[in-house]
Design a protein around this ligand. Sequence first.
Ligand SMILES: O=c1ccn([C@@H]2O[C@H](COP(=O)(O)O)[C@@H](O)[C@H]2O)c(=O)[nH]1
Length: 245
Amino acid sequence: MSPRERIICALDVPSADVALRHVERLREHVGVFKVGLELLMAEGPSVVPRLQAAGAKKIFLDVKLHDIPNTVVGAVRKLACLGVWAITLHTFGGSKMLEAAYQAALEAAQEAQREPPLLLGVTVLTSLSPTVLKQELRIDEPMEELVVHLARLAFQSGCGGVVASPQELVALRAAFPDPSHLFITPGVRPALRMADDQARTLTPAEAVRRGASYLVIGRPILTAQNPVEAAQRIAEEIQGALEES
Ligand SMILES: O=c1ccn([C@@H]2O[C@H](COP(=O)(O)O)[C@@H](O)[C@H]2O)c(=O)[nH]1
């Protein structure tokens, strides 16, 4: 995989028109475009074929499904027909929900004669700090142990990868050394860039050194004065980190 292919650009924008402009500008500079709740709520799933037609070859639907198994199965059956690269589910939905989603994705994709999407289990949101986890949510397990536990649940239930902060990557790679396990990390911030609402962040280089498969990056690219240059700089940083290893 080339450095740019490891960049997942989060299209957190209010309309298809804005998203399409970003895709046209960035499609040669990032590997995947992520459609999240904002764009999906604004445009519905029909935005996916429009982005594909504009040159977004790999689309990641970050819907973070979290409900009872029957409800999640219904949603996955629809989304799996869109020909997207990946779909996210919250591991907090538990193994029954994750396993049912996995079966539904396989069946629906087969019926639609599409490649089945990769299912990605979201562990602990990168906006949550260890203090919030303990004091607000009353989860006593240390962050790293909890993330590794949730990742195990995800992999055992059919997920091909997990979403976690770059700060947990060393523990994750130690627990799951098989390179087929994918680690997708949001909470990536170039040096000197503010963290925004992210609580557990690292730089692109550090995320790659610690074993990230893909980096999810939204605002540091989209709000840059020159988004293409911002994506290129991140790709160069990734390249540098890969050359060290
Ligand atoms: O734990 C998570 C899971 C998903 N995200 C998503 O990633 C991007 C990050 O965007 P930035 O602008 O680079 O902060 C965003 O779409 C989130 O919904 C996450 O941040 N953390």
